[in-house]
Ligand binder design. Structure first.
Ligand SMILES: [Zn+2]
Length: 244
């Protein structure tokens, strides 16, 4: 198998892993208000921890470029949100208005962050096959809770479980698409990697506080939302250290 094909297949595997995050929803069909609130808090905690993980990854390359990325990510997401508000967001299934906007934002933000991770996979393979395989596996495993975060937002709003699974995988498709050019042109992509990682992190932090937390607070108390977020951050941190 050619090296390039191998990079593509590994990165494709990471994308498919994202769909696994929706599996719990084949067993949970009804959502009480409280469960919904906890679900949003859980999604916020997972995204928050994932974003800091991206920042730390970026710091290993360059601090100024990572921070520049965070600022660009913030600017990008605030402008996108404003722009999307001025128009009718395209309906996703039966979603309308605020629900559709939020569904679009979470899938959009997660897709955006997959570009950076795809570049990460390609650059890692540039550093040797063993390292590339290792990073692919790490990203594949960490994609599962990210798929869960997407499912937690989409499914309670009425999106079918299998369709949420498809959206989860779609949000990770930039991984195989970016991994190949990043592998072939490592010298070009490597300096951009910290900017991309920072950009994804900035957009995800904004998403957690602007969309997921306020939604959680509609259904559960401040204190219980904070408890779930803190536990989610702790769990995700342990998880990411164990797989890295
Ligand atoms: Zn990620």
């Amino acid at each position: 198998m050619s090296e390039t094909l191998r990079v593509f297949l590994y990165a494709l595997l990471t994308a498919l892993a994202t769909g696994l995050g929706t599996l719990p929803f084949f067993f949970i069909q009804t959502f009480s208000k409280r469960l919904l609130g906890f679900g949003n808090a859980l999604a916020a905690g997972l995204m928050l921890a994932a974003s800091f993980n991206l920042i730390y990854e970026g710091l290993a390359y360059s601090m100024p470029r990572t921070v520049l990325g965070v600022l660009l990510g913030l600017l990008f997401i605030v402008l996108s949100r404003k722009w999307l508000e001025t128009r009718d967001p395209p309906g996703v299934e039966q979603l309308r208005g605020a629900d559709a906007l939020q569904a679009l934002l979470i899938v959009g933000v997660m897709t955006l962050h997959s570009f950076a991770e795809g570049i990460g996979v390609g650059v890692a393979f540039g550093g040797g096959e063993g390292f590339g395989t290792f990073i692919s596996l790490a990203i594949a495993v960490h994609n599962i809770p990210e798929g869960l975060a997407i499912a937690l937002v989409l499914i309670p709003k009425g999106v079918a479980v299998w369709r949420a699974g498809v959206w989860a995988v779609v949000s990770s498709l930039p991984q195989p698409l970016m991994a190949v050019p990043a592998f072939l042109f490592v010298a070009f992509f490597q300096p951009l990697l910290p900017v991309g990682l920072g950009l994804a992190a900035g957009a995800m932090i904004w998403m957690a506080f602007s969309e997921l937390l306020p939604e959680a607070l509609e259904d559960v108390s401040h204190s219980s939302a904070a408890v779930v977020i803190t536990l989610a951050v702790a769990a995700m941190t342990v998880f990411q250290v164990l797989i890295a």
